[in-house]
Design a protein around this ligand. Structure first.
Ligand code: UDP
Length: 391
């Protein structure tokens, strides 16, 4: 099948890492068109996935854009949509992977009469999007998309609550190749980074809603041999927050207990070096790739009990869930994991076993392939049942 994938970002966020895996089986006849240049292009090229960067200037719509800003971006949008509609003539369908890609893809789909699939990686709630953007996403999806693939039940429910048509949706979790997450030499990694004691890792871009500040606060209620390793950078311009975190470290006197490594492409060995992985989002996480990655590494996870995380982790069995934005509860879970290494290890093992089955990349690629096949043949698409099994 020939697919024109569209993504707004040149950065390597979760949606882009997911698309990398979705696009691989189609690389001989498909193209990923990007609305911005960046490391994502290099990653696609590295996997021999054809890529085209469509614009030198990123689109001026922001997640919190109002009506006026949205309208004023039309001058930029329309020529892009025309270009994508022309490009789409050589493909069976357009696959929009992000919000801005949906806007361009929907217009192009209408102009060029190509079916549109929308892969929704975001929770369409007021915490993440302005009401104009929520309404626009739902309107365009309802009007133009033949299928909306959502990355969790939480994402699907938010789409429907915002007015999206339920009949368009299916839940398909992100897929992962379990073999990639095999044990790294944990001691070598720890020595090379000078890590000692009980290490809590946090693997996310630096952003207020990813809640790195909550883990810093929690550290003050843990014993002095607990250290935190932050992996990730301010991918989408949240430099101010990065500076606030540094100031918080100083204010709390945590300089010797905290490391910021910036963005790393070797997340797997770094996860193996941790004793616990903390997912600290203060708003509902649409899916939470890092949670599954930690599970696949056999590392126990403590995650914020909101959004997709609730579908991934069963508290006390395959990880711990704590209320979002609650440093005390997070600290209590860290103390428990540290005090009961056997329980933590059993939780990590169970999580690894379960995640290898539930999020197996080949199964998920097959589910997406079935959906795309049906869309390209103009058939109604059903929900792939196995993805929605409870943990
Ligand atoms: N990640 C990475 N390097 C980093 C930090 C994060 O490669 O320094 C990856 C992480 O392993 C995960 C993705 O970025 O695969 C983040 O996806 P997630 O769903 O957790 O969050 P999102 O960025 O989509 O909100």
């Amino acid at each position: 099948m020939r697919i024109l994938f569209l993504d707004q970002s040149g950065e390597l966020g979760g949606a882009e890492l997911c698309l990398l895996d979705v696009a691989k089986p189609y690389r001989d006849h498909s193209v990923v068109a990007l609305l911005a240049d960046g490391p994502f292009r290099a990653a696609l090229e590295q996997h021999q996935i054809p890529v085209q960067v469509l614009t030198a200037r990123s689109l001026q719509i922001r997640k919190q854009s109002g009506l006026w800003q949205g309208l004023s971006s039309l001058r930029q949008l329309l020529p892009l949509a025309v270009r994508v509609s022309q490009l789409s003539q050589g493909f069976d369908l357009i696959y929009a992977n992000t919000q801005k890609a949906l806007v361009v893809g929907a217009l192009a789909s209408g102009l060029g009469r190509r079916p549109l699939v929308y892969h929704l990686h975001d929770i369409l709630s007021e915490e993440h999007f302005s009401s104009v953007n929520r309404r626009l996403a739902v309107l365009l999806a309802n009007q133009f998309a033949a299928q909306v693939i959502t990355n969790s039940e939480a994402t699907r429910s938010a789409f429907v609550a915002a007015g999206g048509q339920s009949r368009l949706t299916s839940v398909i979790y992100n897929g992962f190749d379990p073999a990639t997450y095999q044990a790294a030499d944990r001691d070598v990694v720890r020595r090379s980074l000078g890590l000692t004691g009980f290490v809590v890792g946090q693997f996310s871009r630096l952003s207020p809603w990813k809640g790195q500040h909550v883990l810093l606060e929690a550290l003050t209620n843990c014993s002095a041999d607990v250290t935190a390793l932050f992996v990730g950078s301010a991918l989408f311009g949240e430099q101010e927050y990065a500076q606030q975190l540094q100031a918080q470290v100083t204010a709390l006197g945590l300089q010797d207990r905290v490391r910021f490594l910036g963005f790393r492409s070797d997340v797997i060995p770094l996860m193996h070096a941790c004793d616990l992985v903390a997912h600290t989002s203060t708003a509902p996480e649409p899916f939470g790739r890092v949670i599954v990655e930690a599970m696949l590494c056999g590392r126990p996870v403590v995650a914020s009990a909101a959004g997709g995380a609730i579908e991934l982790v069963e508290s006390g069995s395959t990880g711990w869930l704590v209320p979002p934005n609650d440093p005390q509860a997070l600290a209590a879970a860290i103390r428990e994991a540290q005090a009961q290494p056997d329980t933590a290890s059993a939780i990590g093992d169970r999580a690894q076993q379960q995640a290898s089955q539930r999020f197996d990349l080949l199964t998920i690629q097959r589910q997406i392939a079935e959906q795309l096949q049906q869309v390209s043949q103009g058939k109604p698409v059903g929900n792939p049942a196995p993805c929605r099994d409870p943990p």
